[in-house]
Design a protein around this ligand. Structure first.
Ligand SMILES: NC(=O)c1ccc[n+]([C@@H]2O[C@H](COP(=O)([O-])OP(=O)(O)OC[C@H]3O[C@@H](n4cnc5c(N)ncnc54)[C@H](O)[C@@H]3O)[C@@H](O)[C@H]2O)c1
Length: 329
């Protein structure tokens, strides 16, 4: 099985994950349509799809628009549902928008599939944030769910919709709980989500990287090419449908070690310790790294890109294309 000549719809296709996936799918010969409404403060950026601008079709619809989605899902073989409100901080400031995009938007996509294309294969990108504070490490798929913050709750809600549409309406769905991912084509405008890429921006600009608290919190950081490879493999694995998987590296790193590596590889920037803001402290779930045994076994996927190599590739990309991602005042 392959994606050659398959019709693929990517919601959130101008964003970080969607655009990298679109580029990979076009290379594999898929017929790719992207839907993205360029929601303000998210990662949508038309430059992201520069390498495939003549090959992928872009529709600027909002996934919450049932009429648009009913048409867009028709005849698609695969639907990667990646559109979302992705900022934890914004989800606290504007919870109704978060609920509407992440929960209602997902329901609109699923309803469109149920009514107009029940054979489509739907892959949904949830977040490891759904687990909240870990009670054991590494975190496997059976770990209890204590979502902290609105973004985590609305993703869990969306995942439940995806699962129920599989069980009740027999849609072919896969739900992923993805760890923090970094790499080329991520937004670099603000630090309210995507901390890894923000560290890279600070280092490239020769500025101080702010580390909250003692910097010893553990995270599991995945390079974007590995996530794209995972999405592609999941889509082509029949026994993955109806399942939920963690996606991560399973290899924890703390913020101090991460920042030191970035400064060393960039050969610029520095590290500065700072107090958590109240908002960030309330949302911070603490240590996390994924148990990826299940996805390795069922899908045969495992990450390949090491941290040093991922940092290097990310720095090189932004050194070349910085002007498309941020401006220094
Ligand atoms: N990047 C990560 O570290 C990470 C980790 C876990 C889960 N995820 C999930 O992966 C998905 C993609 O994340 P990303 O990092 O690419 O974010 P991103 O902000 O770069 O991309 C999201 C895209 O969705 C679009 N969008 C938002 N609302 C929309 C709407 N109503 N209609 C149409 N388009 C809309 C935005 O304009 C943006 O281009 C999200 O669902 C996110 O929750 C990402």
């Amino acid at each position: 099985m392959s994606y050659k000549s398959k019709k693929v719809l990517i919601t959130g296709g101008l964003g970080f994950v969607g655009s990298n996936l679109a580029i990979a799918l076009v290379k594999k010969g898929a017929v790719v349509t992207l839907v993205d409404c360029l929601l303000p403060r998210q990662g949508g950026n038309i430059f992201n799809i520069k390498p495939v601008e003549r090959k992928a079709v872009v529709d600027y619809a909002d996934i919450r628009d049932p009429e648009a989605m009913n048409e867009l899902v028709k005849n698609m073989d695969y639907i990667f549902h990646l559109a979302g409100q992705v900022s934890h901080v914004d989800s606290i400031k504007n919870p109704l928008q978060d609920l509407s995009v992440n929960a209602e938007g997902t329901l609109v996509v699923l309803e469109a599939c149920r009514r107009f294309n029940p054979k489509a294969k739907v892959i949904f990108s949830g977040t490891r944030g759904q687990y909240g504070t870990s009670v054991r490490l590494p975190v496997d798929e059976e770990h209890p769910m204590h979502p902290k913050g609105v973004y985590a709750i609305t993703n869990l809600c969306a995942e439940n919709f995806v699962t129920v549409y599989n069980q009740v309406h027999k849609l072919n769905t896969i739900a992923l709980r993805i760890t923090n991912t970094y790499g080329p084509r991520h937004q670099m405008q603000h630090d309210e989500y995507g901390v890894f890429n923000w560290f890279i921006r600070k280092a490239i600009d020769g500025e101080a990287i702010d580390i909250f608290g003692d910097g010893r919190i553990l995270r599991d950081f995945l390079y974007i090419d590995d996530l794209v490879d995972c999405l592609l493999k999941c889509g082509l694995t029949p026994k993955a449908y109806g399942q939920i998987f963690n996606v991560g590296t399973g290899k924890p790193v703390n913020f101090i070690d991460l920042a030191k590596k970035i400064v060393k590889i960039a050969r610029s920037g520095s590290i500065r310790f700072t107090k958590f803001t109240n908002e960030r402290k309330a949302l911070e779930p603490g240590d996390y790294y994924a148990d990826i045994t299940k996805i390795k076994r069922v899908v045969g996927w495992k990450p390949k890109v090491g941290l040093d190599s991922g940092i290097k590739k990310t720095i090189e990309f932004y050194q070349e294309f910085k002007k498309h991602y941020w401006k220094n005042d």
